[in-house]
Write a protein that binds this ligand. Structure first.
Ligand SMILES: Nc1nc2c(c(=O)[nH]1)N[C@H]1C(S)=C(S)[C@@H](COP(=O)(O)OP(=O)(O)OC[C@H]3O[C@@H](n4cnc5c(N)ncnc54)[C@H](O)[C@@H]3O)O[C@H]1N2
Ligand code: MOO
Length: 432
């Protein structure tokens, strides 16, 4: 009956079908998953802009400064020998060929813009060849960055100092052309994705609906606040999984129920959620009712026990819903670290699939030897330091102290005849 860990993860990931597609405003899209690829609605940048504060110049200098253009403004065309003061991000005036950074030029008393530092050219405005000789003496450090990577096709005056055509201009479409695919379907909408989508012209995004999850924390012994007393302990799983589910971008409701099968049945049967997660009550103790309730509901068990330590009593059932919109119950064991094992094994793969995300895996070498279990997979809290996974202490099934310091859970496959995996062996690490 017990399913292997790898198989359980596969079953959970394959059981669901991605939720329907909806368009949501950017402000509500964080944490959802793109249902279609995202292509740029405009060139990025949409027009050539200045990359620096300074002057946009046209033709050979020195230039006559005719005005100023700020970000958001449009300027009139520049003719040869003209310049405008320009702000970073402002649209380049047509005719402008380069930007001279503020710290690399100066304007003299006659509104003439020169390359160099004031004082380089004590005789005032540049005139002909003698000026070139004067400015050529200007410190080269000003221009080193400008010259690299830009190709001059024509040389305005000042080019001998490194002001080639195109200098410090962000050309239209430099980051992306209109219609170019920026992100593929299945990408999680992160803050950075929201920024890119806005820049590319989007007001809303086509995403999969957020999975709805009902977290049902079972146990007479659990208190929601204050210090543990008598035989009662604090509910650790409610706060932990609420936050975790929230970070996965799902809609969560939480309820706490007593060790009472009627109460549990009523909560599960009446839930509209795509996935009900129960904690506790999965084993065969006197008040472990999850199996009985699922049987009464006529739920179909897809997973009933997994060969994994900790977490072996975890289960997954399909219950109600329609063919296109399935509903599930995941039963996580009550021991806190065992519950986390159930979360990463069945809950997360199922939710990722419902949300439209592909499953991913990361492998790292172990930083230390880890004992294997002969027949079961072990999930071992590890910290990731210098690209290796170091096993932690305080990782008993009822403990969270090790997990709270962990970056992931190392997947240690059944050992068979091998009692330990040595340092340096590569293992999959599940993020926590
Ligand atoms: N005879 C056997 N007993 C047990 C077995 C077994 O195979 N044979 N398996 C053990 C394993 S392994 C686990 S894990 C637990 C699973 O038990 P349940 O899922 O039925 O969980 P409970 O009995 O309700 O609770 C177990 C343990 O966890 C504490 N707990 C429960 N919920 C919370 C919570 N929200 N926050 C903090 N702690 C919680 C609870 O107080 C118990 O200490 O069964 C073993 N027994
Ligand atoms: O699932 Mo249990 O943890 O092995 O304590």
């Amino acid at each position: 009956m017990s399913t292997s860990w790898a198989e359980a993860r596969k079953i959970a990931g394959a059981a669901a079908i991605p939720l329907p597609v909806t368009r949501v405003p950017l402000a509500q899209a964080r944490g959802t998953v793109l249902a279609e690829s995202l292509s740029a609605l405009v060139d990025l940048p949409p027009f050539a802009t200045s990359a620096m504060d300074g002057w946009a110049v046209a033709g050979p200098g020195p230039w006559r400064v005719t005005g100023r253009v700020l970000a958001g403004q449009e300027a009139t065309r520049l003719g040869d020998g003209e310049a405008v003061e320009i702000a970073t991000g402002a649209r380049m005036p047509s005719g402008a060929e380069a930007v001279l950074r503020r710290e690399r030029g100066y304007v003299d008393a006659h509104s003439r813009l020169h390359v160099g530092e004031k004082g380089d050219d004590q005789d005032g405005p540049n005139h002909g060849a003698s000026a070139a000789a004067t400015t050529a003496a200007a410190p080269q450090r000003f221009y080193a960055a400008v010259t690299s990577g830009t190709t001059a096709t024509r040389t305005p005056r000042g080019a001998e100092l490194g002001l080639p055509i195109g200098a410090d201009i962000r050309p239209q479409g430099q980051e992306s052309r209109r219609g170019e695919t920026l992100l593929s379907a299945g990408t999680r909408v992160t803050p950075a994705v929201l920024g890119l989508a806005a820049a590319a012209g989007y007001d809303d995004l086509p995403v999969h609906e957020r999975p709805r999850v009902a977290l049902v924390v079972i146990g007479d012994e659990l208190a929601g606040s204050g210090l543990p007393d008598g035989a009662r302990i604090r509910d650790a799983l409610g706060p932990m999984f609420t936050a975790w589910l929230d970070a996965l971008g799902v809609e969560v409701t939480v309820s706490r129920v007593a060790d009472d099968p009627r109460e549990l049945l009523a909560v599960v049967a009446s839930s509209p959620a795509d996935l009900v997660i129960t904690t506790g009550g999965t084993a065969r103790g006197p008040v472990d009712h999850v199996h009985r309730v699922l049987a009464e509901l006529g739920a179909r068990l897809l997973i009933d026990g997994v060969s994994v330590r900790p977490g072996h009593p975890m289960l997954l059932a399909q219950y109600g819903g329609t063919r296109q919109h399935r509903r599930f119950v995941a039963g996580l064991p009550g021991n806190p670290l065992a519950a986390v094992a159930g979360f990463v094994t069945v809950v997360r793969p199922l939710l990722r699939r419902l949300a439209g995300l592909a499953d991913t895996s990361h492998f790292l070498p172990l930083g230390d030897a880890v004992p294997t279990h002969p027949t079961d997979t072990r999930l071992v809290p590890v910290s990731v330091t210098e690209a290796s996974a170091v096993p932690l202490r305080f990782t008993g099934p009822a403990m969270l102290r090790g997990l709270a310091l962990a970056d992931g859970l190392a997947v240690v496959p059944p050992g068979g005849g091998v009692v330990a995996l040595g340092a340096g062996q590569r293992v999959e690490v599940l993020t926590v």
